[in-house]
Design a protein around this ligand. Structure first.
Ligand SMILES: Cc1cc2nc3c(=O)[nH]c(=O)nc-3n(C[C@H](O)[C@H](O)[C@H](O)COP(=O)(O)O)c2cc1C
Length: 303
């Protein structure tokens, strides 16, 4: 039994070089699946893992003797790399300096974002916690203002065809099934939002994705946790900020392009490989505004 993903349904295969293993047990301690055990002073696959090896690779990464190899689930020993020293990793103060400065940016200078910066942002996003490895997150990259605009225009044409989903009769029909909160959200947020997207686009204003120089759409697979693409996008956002780019998360497109034949056609047309429970756009570019103050935010509760 292996945990299924859209990329693989096979478990990882762990091999231990008994001649190298010093029996320290670090790999056993780090394996949350109980896939490894110590026997006769050396480590070996236990044969009674909870899910079988999920391919997280942590056993390889803690082994001081390079005695373990995991193959499968898009992982191999070639994926290990040396870590930089703790001293040059970001301090809490440096990280908070960056986080306090971040603001959602919706107006950008008319400057393209260098492809190398997009690569760096994606490299950072790949380090996000993967949910269950291998990551089931895809990223659709719109790497120019023109491509971002073309997507928004096509989205508005698509929205025009499906805007009955926020009509009075449809909401009345759905209320008993999806409840008071969703009904309120549709009436007071989704319906005005659709109207705004369409009316502004008719005036030539793009408030779908703000004509950003770059848009990255992070989405999962039908197997993945709803959080996976959001976490990857958050890492991308922080990385972009560290590179001097302004960003904004856009959650509003995703729900409209999930269900039904028209949504499937729209996704296929734009190179979006599958539907997913969650997904989010991250737009980015060089910000027009410069903020002079931070804004303190709060949680509902911490207890
Ligand atoms: C999940 C999520 C979805 C969002 N969707 C949108 C959106 O569709 N359009 C938009 O302009 N901003 C969107 N935002 C950005 C928020 O509006 C923004 O975080 C808020 O204005 C607070 O500003 P700040 O990020 O500068 O603190 C979204 C943010 C998150 C986390």
């Amino acid at each position: 039994m292996a945990i299924p993903t859209s990329r693989t349904k096979e478990p990882g295969v762990i091999t231990v070089d008994a001649a190298r293993c010093a029996g320290c047990g670090k790999c056993v301690a780090v394996c949350s699946d109980l896939s490894l055990e110590l026997a006769d002073g050396i480590c070996r696959p236990s044969g009674h893992g909870i899910f079988e090896c999920i391919g997280c690779g942590q056993c390889m990464a803690v082994c001081p003797e390079d005695a373990i190899e995991v193959h499968g689930r898009f992982l191999s020993p070639g994926d290990l790399f040396p870590l930089q020293s703790k001293e040059i990793s970001a301090s809490y103060e440096a990280l908070m300096g960056l986080l306090y400065r971040r603001r959602s940016i919706r107006k950008y200078k008319n400057l393209a974002v260098e492809p190398s910066l997009i690569d760096k942002v994606l490299e950072a996003a790949k380090t996000a916690p993967m949910g269950l490895p291998p990551s089931d997150v895809s990223v659709k990259v719109f790497d120019s203002k023109e491509k971002v605009r073309a997507f928004a225009e096509d989205f508005c044409r698509y929205l025009e065809k499906i805007k009955w989903i926020s009509s009075r009769w449809f909401l009345a029909l759905m209320k008993p099934f999806w409840g008071k909160e969703t009904d309120e959200l549709f009436r007071n947020f989704m319906r005005p939002l659709i109207d705004k997207y369409l009316s502004e686009m008719k005036r030539g204003e793009n408030v779908v994705n703000y004509d950003a120089p770059v848009a990255l759409y992070f989405y999962g697979s039908p197997y993945s946790d709803p959080g996976d693409p959001l976490i990857a996008a958050t890492y991308a956002m922080i990385a972009a900020e560290s590179l001097g780019l302004g960003t904004c998360m856009l959650g509003a497109v995703h729900p409209f392009i999930q269900n039904g034949r028209a949504a499937k056609k729209f996704r296929e047309k734009h190179g979006i490989r599958c539907k997913s429970r969650e997904g989010i756009f991250l737009i980015m570019g060089y910000p027009k505004a410069e903020f002079l103050k931070g804004i303190r935010r709060t949680f509902v509760s911490v207890n």
